[in-house]
Write a protein that binds this ligand. Structure first.
Ligand code: FES
Length: 193
């Protein structure tokens, strides 16, 4: 049953709740974030990964002013989360609102997955996963994060930033968001590459 929920077919019927809290995102009507489909193969790998993150690649499409639509190759990191309460307890930098709510206006855990922006919250370099250290490590100034994105070393002011995920038309999708660097709180800067 658990595996069934993780299949793409199972994703179709899932509803993503997107409660609007706080003012970090524009209202729904003016949000400019776009949803990018994730590959079924990579999602399948994520569903089977218990202790290692999986790199999920996608094409990000966006518009910039009056220019034609542009696209960029991007990726995010996904982890499988089987215990929401345990994950929330490990990430007080996200679940820091009254009642233990998250500081982002979307569900952090979806379909037993959490997606992380690949951008280091310190000054914006792309970090990567290192099996030997069992850590996400940033090459620029040495920030390190555990499997669940907890900041454990280096100058970053917060843990890894989650990204919205949803099931739509038989696919899972991710929304790209760039958050402000080097602040303890998550402030949206852009929805573009
Ligand atoms: S940008 Fe990652 S540690 Fe500075």
């Amino acid at each position: 049953m658990a595996n069934a929920t993780l299949t793409i077919g199972g994703i179709v019927g899932l509803t993503l709740a997107v409660p609007i809290v706080g003012s970090l995102l524009p209202p729904k009507s003016s949000a400019t974030g776009s949803w990018s489909p994730l590959s079924a193969q990579e999602l399948d790998a994520l569903a089977k990964a218990t202790a290692k993150p999986v790199k999920l690649t996608f094409t990000l499409k966006f518009t910039d002013g009056y220019l034609p639509e542009q696209s960029a190759d991007e990726y995010c990191w996904g982890i499988r989360v089987d215990n929401n309460a345990k994950f929330a307890a490990a990430r007080p930098d996200i679940f820091n609102q009254p009642g233990g709510k998250a500081d982002v206006p979307y569900d952090v855990v979806n379909m037993n997955f959490v997606l992380f922006s690949p951008i280091c919250p310190h000054l914006g370099c792309y970090y990567s996963w290192h099996d030997e250290q069992n850590r996400f490590m940033c090459p620029c100034h040495g920030s390190q994060y555990t499997f669940d994105g907890t900041h454990v070393a280096g100058p970053a002011p917060r843990g890894l930033d989650p990204l919205p995920m949803r099931g739509q038309s038989g696919n899972a999708q991710v929304m790209w968001i760039v958050y402000q660097s080097n602040t303890p709180s998550r402030i949206v800067v852009s929805y573009q590459a």
